[in-house]
Ligand binder design. Structure first.
Ligand SMILES: Nc1ncnc2c1ncn2[C@@H]1O[C@H](COP(=O)(O)OP(=O)(O)OP(=O)(O)O)[C@@H](O)[C@H]1O
Ligand SMILES: O=C(O)c1ccc[n+]([C@@H]2O[C@H](COP(=O)([O-])O)[C@@H](O)[C@H]2O)c1
Length: 188
C-alpha cells in the first residue's frame, strides 16, 4: 500500500506552519507524499475570505519546490460543506491501493467529537495529531501523535496583520505574500 498524508485546511492564506507540519509528519511516519486538500466550505467556521481559486493559487506557490507535496482539489470541486467523511470515502474509492493519514492540529483534535460521522470516520482513516499552542493534543480517540516544534502561526494572525499593514515577514513564503499584494487580498 502507498502511504499518503492528507493535510486538509482552509489555507486562507497558507503559511509556514502548514508546510512545517507536512514535512515533519512525512518524515516521522515515512509517508511517500503529502496531499494538501483545500476545503470548499469549511464545516465548522465562517466561509473563507478569499475564493477557492485564490487559495489554490496561493497553495501552488507555497508548495512549489517540494516534490513530496501536491494539491488535491476534490473538495473545491464538490458543492456544499467539505466534510472529511465524504472526502475520505471518495478518495478511498478512487485510490484503493493507498493508505491515508489525515493530519490535524491540536485545535482540531479537541474538536474531533463534533465532526460529521466521526464514529465511522475514526475507523476509516488514521488521524495524526500535531501540537498547537493553547490546545490539548491527547484525545480519547486513537490518534497518532507526532512531535513537531510548536509553531505559533495562524492564518487569522496573518489576515489581522495584513488588514492593519503590520509585518507578516517570515510567516509565509515570500511568493505567497507577493500574490496577496498583487491581488490586493485581505485588505480592509
Ligand atoms: N501553527 C499550527 N500548528 C499546528 N497545526 C496547525 C497550525 N496551523 C494550522 N494547523 C492545522 O492545519 C490544518 C489547516 O489549518 P487552517 O488552514 O484552517 O489554518 P489556520 O491557521 O488554523 O486558519 P485560521 O486561523 O483561519 O483558523 C488544521 O488541522 C490546523 O489545526
Ligand atoms: O468533517 C467535519 O465535520 C470537519 C469538521 C472540522 C474540520 N474538518 C476538516 O479539518 C480540516 C481543517 O479544518 P479548518 O477549518 O481548520 O481548515 C479541513 O480539512 C476540514 O474540512 C472537518
Amino acid at each position: 500500500m502507498k502511504r499518503v498524508g492528507i493535510l486538509g485546511g482552509t489555507f486562507d492564506p497558507p503559511h509556514l506552519g502548514h508546510l512545517i507540519i507536512g514535512e515533519e509528519v512525512r518524515l516521522a511516519l515515512n509517508l511517500e507524499e503529502i496531499w494538501f486538500v483545500p476545503s470548499h466550505l469549511p464545516p465548522h467556521k465562517e466561509s473563507a475570505k478569499t475564493s477557492a481559486t485564490d487559495r489554490i493559487n496561493m497553495l501552488m506557490k507555497a508548495l512549489d519546490g517540494n516534490s513530496f507535496f501536491s494539491i488535491n482539489t476534490i473538495e473545491t470541486e464538490r458543492l456544499g460543506k467539505s466534510y472529511t467523511f465524504d472526502t475520505i470515502k471518495a478518495l478511498q474509492k478512487e485510490f484503493p491501493d493507498t493508505e491515508f493519514y489525515f493530519i490535524i492540529g491540536a485545535d482540531m483534535v479537541e474538536y474531533l467529537q463534533h465532526w460529521h460521522r466521526i464514529d465511522e470516520l475514526i475507523n476509516m482513516v488514521s488521524f495524526v495529531g500535531v501540537k498547537r499552542a493553547g490546545y490539548k493534543l491527547h484525545s480519547a480517540y486513537p490518534i497518532i501523535e507526532v512531535d513537531i516544534p510548536a509553531i505559533e502561526i495562524s492564518s487569522t494572525l496573518i489576515r489581522d496583520r495584513l488588514s492593519t499593514n503590520e509585518t507578516v515577514r517570515y510567516l509565509m513564503p515570500e511568493t505567497v505574500y507577493t500574490y496577496i499584494k498583487e491581488k490586493q487580498l485581505y485588505e480592509s
